[in-house]
Design a protein around this ligand. Structure first.
Ligand code: UD1
Length: 431
């Protein structure tokens, strides 16, 4: 079965944690750095499994990179390339899709299998592809491989997305900054990571207006230069640690993270009975008394309650007194972790896209399996409340989005260790 996290819950968490740069910013930014001819330096970058996969693609497209601590230097290659993404890395994560537009601009061609990622339900890329074809790209499937070509470059367009997809907004923004003429993107997603991508591109010389609003206008540029850029902090990591405190009790300061990035998630934790102190660039989360159920919550596109935060906050509500439910309006299969919750003694049932929870007094230890990134983290959050040992498999999913989650929680006082089936405890820093 491989590696697992051994968690002995029931210990409150205390201390301070610095929140790293957002995975969902860093991944599009890595690909976007190929749109310029100069060097990009990204700072505060967490060394995540998904970041490594993205760097494997970057390198296969002749880019070079260098880590300097948590600074990442990126330089696109100068030679022509057939734009072929390495199949393993492309299939390992959804974010391989971010290379479509940069590779098209650089090489006039890109070839990739369908991007992979967490199994949250159907995740088509039709909006990415339809937008690119409206900009002049030819899109075809050769067996299992997607081949997109634009030997004479892309041109601007006036385009309305059929739904505000985060990834498609980012793809079309990246395509537009080097396209000929003006592009208007209507009905786009408004997530902070999109604003972050736009801010980086503006620093590289792009002309973009309206990022963070439903309409983005871009004036395409012939060339972009590199930039040094610090991505925004990871609001989902912050929500996960806040949920961990809500589950385990204690008080923890989340440093280098504006509370503005997770307004609905903090309000729900407050409604459940947590104390939240908001400062300009930090959040103190405190739980000292029993939690209460919060009724029914719906996730939504930003600034709504984040779909990625839903499983970890659901985990914190398993022992809240009364009823809670979270319905995910974005993905069909967000709550695969409900099975693990039940194995830990929770009263949590899936109903369509929702998880419905009747709080129980105590959770019990269990051996269970995380099957996606946030669901795996949610099982860890739940296990922190059980005053017994839990073994959580599926560490490879958690590593995709959290740098050293076990050692971060251990620093705060949790009893958590990375183990393998031979019962050898590995260094927690490997987590
Ligand atoms: C991004 C985030 C992910 C988050 C999600 C929603 C990254 C790397 N990942 O994923 O963590 O959970 O936003 O906030 O930033 N859709 C289509 N056609 C498309 C594109 C999307 O039908 O061409 C649908 C998807 O199937 C899904 C919904 O739109 O049901 C939302 O997906 P989208 O916003 O694109 O999410 P991602 O960019 O994949």
């Amino acid at each position: 079965m491989g590696e697992y996290l051994r968690v002995w819950g029931g210990r409150p968490l205390f201390g301070r944690v610095r929140i790293p740069a957002a995975k969902n910013s860093v991944l599009p930014l890595l690909a976007a750095s190929m749109l310029s001819d100069g060097e990009t330096i990204l700072t505060e970058v967490p060394d995540l499994a998904d970041v490594r996969q993205s760097l494997a693609i970057f390198k296969a497209l002749q880019g070079s990179y260098q880590w300097q601590g948590n600074r990442l230097k990126l330089k696109p290659g100068s030679e022509m390339n057939a734009g072929v993404l390495p199949a393993d890395a492309a299939r390992a994560m959804r974010s391989s899709v971010f290379y479509l537009a940069p590779a098209l601009h650089r090489f006039g061609r890109v070839q990739t299998p369908m991007p992979g990622g967490c199994k949250l339900g159907p995740r088509p890329i039709d909006i990415h592809l339809e937008g690119l074809s409206q900009m002049g790209a030819k899109v075809e499937w050769q067996g299992e491989e997607l081949v997109v070509t634009a030997p004479r470059g892309l041109h601007g367009m006036d385009y309305a997305l059929r739904l505000p997809s985060v990834g498609a907004t980012e793809t079309l923004l990246m395509a537009a900054v080097r396209a000929k003429g003006e592009t208007i993107l209507r009905g786009v997603a408004r997530e902070p990571e999109i604003v972050d991508l736009a801010n980086y591109l503006i620093q590289c010389g792009a002309v973009i207006e309206g990022a963070g609003s439903p309409v983005i206008r871009v004036r395409g540029q012939k060339q972009l230069h590199g930039a040094e850029y610090t991505p925004i902090p990871d609001r989902i990591t912050a929500a996960t640690l806040a949920a961990a405190v809500a589950s385990a009790c204690g008080h923890v300061t989340l440093e280098h993270c504006s509370p503005e990035l997770l307004v609905p998630e903090l309000l729900v934790l407050e409604q459940a009975g947590c104390g939240i102190q908001r400062k300009e660039d930090s959040i103190l989360v405190e739980r000292s008394r029993p939690l209460k159920g919060v009724g029914r919550i719906y996730t939504g596109v930003y600034p709504g309650f984040s779909t990625d935060a839903a499983p970890v906050i659901a985990a914190a509500l398993l022992t809240a007194n009364g009823r809670s439910a979270i319905e995910d309006t974005v993905f069909e299969n967000r709550f695969a972790c409900a099975r693990g919750f039940t194995e830990m003694g929770a009263n949590a049932v899936r109903a369509g896209r929702a998880v419905e929870i009747q709080g129980v007094r105590n959770l019990v230890g269990a051996t269970t399996q995380g099957t996606d990134l946030r669901g795996g983290a949610a099982l860890v959050v739940a296990a922190l409340a059980a005053k017994e040992q839990s073994n959580i498999y599926g560490v490879e999913h958690i590593r995709r989005g959290y740098k050293d989650l076990p050692s971060t929680l251990q620093t705060l006082g949790a009893n958590i260790k990375l183990c393998n089936d031979e019962q050898t405890e590995l260094e927690v820093t490997e987590g």
